[in-house]
Structures are given as C-alpha cells and as structure tokens.
Design a protein around this ligand. Structure first.
Ligand code: FEO
Length: 396
C-alpha cells in the first residue's frame, strides 16, 4: 500500500474503515470512518503522528514500507483512545528505538490501557517543541477533545495542524482532502454532535488559542483533511459558541396514540407560530440524527407515556443521552400521557440535570388528550416561541 504525500516530507499512512458501523458500542457510523496516521520526515529525525486501530496495523506498516522507513524516532500520541493508540505496542516492537511523545496525562492513560514500558514514553509540556532537523513539531495541550489528556500537534514549517479527534468526521471516502464541502460538513456535524458537543466550553477555549496559529491544512485523525481550514473552524465556532436556532427538537414515544396526539398538536402549534420543529420517534429514530438536531436546538420537548409508575424506558434512554451530550438548548419541557399516575416528570427532569435549561411547565394528559390538554399545549407553544423571538431561523 502506498503512503500518500500531503506536504513535502509529510505523508498520510492511515487506514480507511469502510465497514465500521458502531463506535464505542454506542455511536452509529453510517459512513464508516478512517484512522489517519501521518509520517513526518525531517532532515535528522522521523515522527509518526498517531497510530491506527489495532486491526489496521498491517496496513500502516505496508504504507511505511512504501516509504522504505527503516528508523522511527518518535511516535506522537495526541490521544490515548485505542482507535489511535491501540497499534502503538506493535509500532514500538517494530521500531525499538522509537519513543512515544505525549502529555503527562497521556502517559498515565497509555500505561493503564496499553501497559507500555515507561522508559519508552517522554512527556511534553504545553507549547514545547521537538526538532526533527528541518521540521519542528509544536505541542498544544488541548484537554477534553476528547479525553482529559488530549493535545494537538502543529508542524511549524508547513503550518499543518494535527488535532487528532478534534475537527474530525466519521467518513470513509476516496478523497483524502475535502472536495465535497457540504458532504464533509454534514459528517463533521454528526461527529461533533456525538463526540465533541459535551466539551463545548473546552472547544471554545481551544478555538481562541488556535487564533494565534497560521494554519494552511488541518489534518485530523478521522475523515478528510481540510485544505481550507476556515470551513471547519467556522462551523465549530457556530456549533460550540453560537446562539441556538429557532428550533424545537421533540423526541417522543407513544404506545397507544395518546402521546402522539399531543405531539401532533404541539408540532402544529409551534409551526403555526413560526418555530422550526424536528420530531424523532424514539421507537426507530437514528440517534445520530437526534444528536445532530440537538446541536442547533433552542428547546427540547421530551414526550412519553408513563409505563407503570415511570416514563417509557425509551424516553429514559433519550433523556440520559441528551444529558450526556449537554446541548446548548435554553429551555425544555416534558409532555405525555398516563393511565393512573406516576412520577414521569420528576424522573425525566432529574435525568436532565447537566442541562442549563429553563424547565417550562409540563403538560400531562390522563388517558386520551382532550380540549383542556390541547389548550395547555398551545400555551406551551406560546411560551416557547416567546423565548425564541430573537433567534435565527432553522432550515429543517
Ligand atoms: Fe478517535 Fe477519542 O478517539
């Protein structure tokens, strides 16, 4: 297999994983992914930036063979998660002189997860540089994109940023560089929603820090590389720091149609008042699409029937997922139906404790909803659009 040149002395030596459909046994990957690994050849030393998922180590080595690589001095581990670090033991075995370069937290995680020998690891401080001769690597500590140890690597002479998970997309493609910007933007949004959104405030800080760097190419460790860095930097600024849109996201589940009637009424009432709405039937929804909608939503309405004394389990799962993803929504509400009582509202709102939202009055119907319930839903729609008055429209 060939090594793909991306700059003078810099090569992509990673792997496309066209068939992967699930990450962390949780995140759907409809378009596969890639594990991007890069070789940087300086006049004196050579460095590999991030490795690959362990089953792809042979592919990585075949690309290094294409470069007739006999000696590797450094393996830069920007991130200790196994899709990038898992092949490190095999790389160290093949190149016994190579040292792993990482943050001090990265060292701890690599020791824990891979049982590397401590003497093979050297740690770098924020802003520290490593000379490869005519090439210089600068390490930018950037915790929580995606684990607490993460760093970015900047190749000064070529102005290439290697941010590992940050700015990535789960997208297997024939195009190593971004050609179809709208396709990659959609994949990057799904990736941001599923993986990066919980770390919005950290990302805002990292984006500020990156303003001090001239960047000609962003080369993440998943998905295509950005020859026009502004594409992904602008998107991240909007997703992480921009105001939400005039959009209500409405995950719902209904067993016998009562909750569905409430959902239908509320959706109509919101649309009639100018709000955008995306509803997701939790019985069959693509949770990746739900996560993507949450990137922009100003309000989340969770709709469910009660099952015995609590919310429908699919609504409990959705609430837990929303809570983990920490979207920037500003308000939330619970609606639904019940047969004889229960604690659904307390249960679901308790599960949303990470969200910084105003909880709007819930609307509950005993059995089939009637006129009184529909009036309450109209009032809820009024309250929502009032709070959305200054927001940009959503294109749904
Ligand atoms: Fe691509 Fe957090 O690993």
């Amino acid at each position: 297999m060939r090594a793909w040149p991306i700059r003078d002395g810099v090569y992509w030596v990673g792997a496309m994983d066209w068939d992967r459909r699930l990450f962390d046994a949780l995140i759907p990957l409809p378009d596969g992914t890639s594990y991007n690994s890069y070789l940087v050849r300086g006049s004196d030393k050579t460095a590999l930036i991030d490795a690959v998922d362990p089953p792809f180590a042979g592919l990585l080595f075949s690309r290094l063979d294409d470069l007739k690589l006999k000696r590797l001095d450094y393996l830069i581990a920007n991130h200790a998660e196994q899709d990038h670090s898992g092949a490190i033991p095999q790389v160290l075995e093949r190149f016994p002189e190579a040292r792993v370069v990482t943050t001090s937290k990265g060292k701890g995680l690599l020791l824990d997860h891979l049982h590397l020998r401590e003497e093979r690891i050297q740690t770098v401080a924020d802003g520290e540089t490593l000379s490869l001769g005519n090439r210089t690597l600068e390490f930018i500590h950037a915790p929580w994109v995606h684990w607490p140890e993460t760093m970015l690597t900047y190749l000064r002479e070529e102005k290439v940023l290697f941010p590992c998970d940050l700015f990535g997309s789960h997208l297997a493609t024939n195009d190593l560089l971004v050609i179809n910007e709208s396709q990659v933007a959609a994949a990057a949004k799904r990736y941001y929603a599923e993986i990066m959104m919980p770390f919005r405030t950290h990302i805002q800080r990292h984006l500020e820090k990156l303003k001090g760097y001239e960047i000609s190419l962003i080369a993440p460790s998943h998905g295509p590389l950005y020859p026009r860095p502004a594409l992904i930097l602008d998107l991240y600024r909007d997703w992480a720091a921009g105001e939400p849109l005039n959009l209500v996201v409405l995950p719902y589940v209904s067993m016998h149609g009562s909750t569905l009637r409430m959902v239908d009424h509320l959706v109509e009432a919101l649309q009639a008042r100018g709000a955008g709405v995306i509803q997701f039937n939790l019985a069959e929804a693509d949770l990746g699409k739900l996560a993507m909608a949450l990137v922009d939503a100003a309000t989340i309405v969770l709709a469910a029937p009660q099952v015995l004394s609590g919310a429908h389990p699919k609504a409990i799962y959705a609430a837990a997922l929303v809570n983990v993803l920490r979207p920037k929504a500003k308000s939330a509400a619970i609606i639904g139906s019940y047969g004889w009582g229960g604690k659904m509202v307390e249960q679901l709102t308790g599960l949303l404790s990470n969200l910084k939202v105003e909880l709007l009055p819930p609307v509950l119907a005993r059995g089939l909803p009637g006129a009184e319930t529909f009036q309450a839903l109209d009032r809820l729609a009024e309250a929502i659009v009032e709070r959305h008055a200054s927001l940009r429209p959503a294109r749904t």
